[in-house]
Design a protein around this ligand. Structure first.
Ligand SMILES: [Zn+2]
Length: 160
């Protein structure tokens, strides 16, 4: 279940996605929260430099591997504006992070980009559960859909 506290963290993820789009990066933002509810680290997409692996969920997984014990990682939650891509889902699983809460799903994103006429990504879109076993995954939170769709529209409009 997505709680009121979860929604607050998701709101921050959407803010980070907005910051990203303002810098010319794709609108994605993520926050890593400890078992105690403390925000440990946050990041947004950084692909405008040309490295298309610079996703925030991947950065958080690396941060967790360097800074947290395996036990702490397993009890932490990753909040994200858009569901993990397969690369980030794999990284999340490999470093042993816990619950994932996302504001919008990969399925929603695929639909939105199709509607906008954006060419399909070379990497297939897969639900997180098809990449990682045994992880609690919650989302989407429909209250953010409109805003996130608009950020993607803005990103693709500014690019073209
Ligand atoms: Zn990713």
């Amino acid at each position: 279940m997505i709680t009121h506290k979860d929604l607050k963290h998701l709101q921050r993820c959407v803010e980070l996605a907005r910051i990203a789009v303002e810098k010319g990066d794709q609108p994605f933002g993520s926050v890593l929260v400890s078992k105690e509810g403390k925000v440990l680290v946050e990041d947004h997409n950084h692909i405008s430099g040309g490295d298309h692996t610079r996703h925030p969920e991947f950065a958080l997984a690396r941060w967790a591997a360097e800074n947290m014990s395996l036990e702490e990682r397993g009890k932490a939650t990753v909040y994200t504006s858009g569901e993990h891509c397969p690369m980030c889902a794999a990284a999340h699983g490999l470093v042993g992070l816990g619950r994932i809460v996302y504001a919008s799903s990969s399925k929603q994103l695929v639909t939105w980009l199709e509607e906008m006429g954006v060419p399909k990504s070379r990497v297939r879109s897969l639900p997180i559960q098809e990449v990682i076993r045994d992880t609690v995954v919650e989302g989407p939170a429909p209250e953010f859909s409109r805003e996130i769709r608009e950020l993607h529209r803005r990103f693709h409009e500014e690019k073209s």
